[in-house]
Ligand binder design. Sequence first.
Ligand code: GLN
Length: 486
Amino acid sequence: MSRLHDLTVAELRAGLDERRFSATDLARAFLDRIQASTLNAFIDVRPELTLAQAAQADARLAAGERAPLLGIPVAHKDIFVTEGWRSTAASRMLADYVSPFDATVVARLRAAGAVCLGKTNCDEFAMGSSNENSHFGAVRNPWDPQAIPGGSSGGSAAAVAARLAPLATGTDTGGSVRQPASMCGITGIKPTYGRVSRFGMIAFASSLDQGGAMGRSAADCALLLSAMAGFDPRDATSIERPTEDYRRDFGAPLQGLRIGLPQEFFGEGVADDVRAPVEAALQVLRDLGAVTVPVSLPRTALAIPAYYVIAPAEASSNLSRFDGVRYGHRAAVHTDLASLYARSRAEGFGPEVQRRILVGTYVLSHGYYDAYYLQAQKLRRLIADDFTAAFGQVDLIAGPVSPTVAWNLGERSDDPVRNYLADIFTLPASLAGLPGLSMPAGFGAAGRPVGLQLIGRVFDEARLLAVADRFQQATDWHARCPAGAA
Ligand code: GLN
């Protein structure tokens, strides 16, 4: 028998159902690997809680219950609040916070029988693209310990790539599921805005934040997303739509599928070592019967200024609750109420979060609101219109996830704008609320992974996953394992 951590979720499922191993065996195997890992992918691990959930899953299995995720371990990005484990958003502000309730995503997965392995490291309040903005330290990329894992869901991506967890949740506001998935050589999907409940997801930019699924393959992600998605009356932006089995279109041939290639995604900004694997992956899709069609998303470049006004604006509002009184770290030394607020927030928030609060407060203030925030909202609409026009011609859109492979730890940490510019290919779908997927497409310089992005129409998650699955049936990039994790 292969080692447990090498198995796909379908193989884990079969093994559990056939009683070849128990949920407890599985939980122990992954906990041991987490403990031995030097990637810093986890913020909080509590073996006794994990093993208690595994024992419950074993009891349900023994009683004859069968369900897709029953007994399967899942790691949660530390943006989802969890009863029992700390919920920190990788911030000093919440470093000791233990939530009295589970986020809806966590509760749904728990009810489905999944076993929580702990909380994964991320950028503070999900702000970042390298996972270096964490109070708990940077995460290392399993393919190269000198490289960033991507962010903000870098801990989740690194954990899945290094076989510390078969599945992990992530959140994506402007690319934080897709970009670390790309940089760690795993599969990740951000669904349509509103498809996965934001209740209990620590808010960054509420009109953009969306939970997503991360796994080694599209098949694994489909199982996770099917259990995560669904209407939640406690999230006012949750969409009333029945749950779906995201594997329902698996096996459908790609004949006649029209894939749009936006010229703006293949311009000068894309590094050669990203372009080559992306082009090769598109050729595989063509060989499978898809047709590629040139399209244009002319407002692509405007996604960066629009996002970096809207997201900080919403963040400045969402984060106002962390004042040391209602929520969060309280400064020990203060003279009056104003200094209590100021010192608590100065001590509790890291530099990137403070930068965003400053920008956000500025663009929302009287006299600047019309010039910045309102303009950004208009751009957002135009960017969404670009997609509507493109989807008049094609079924899905493909391109790179990130203009480069993972960079070195520390290389860009004092250059925030350079980090923002690297979000160019993930921000447009976020601003338009569209589903986006990243899947492994090969390797670039220094053996660092490259992802192919697929963007769909609203609610086209099943199609994105089916196309990715078809690709993964024909290739083995998704099955490659980093040397240190073998
Ligand atoms: N890199 C983007 C940012 O820093 C996206 C982050 C995210 O999707 N959470 O805001």
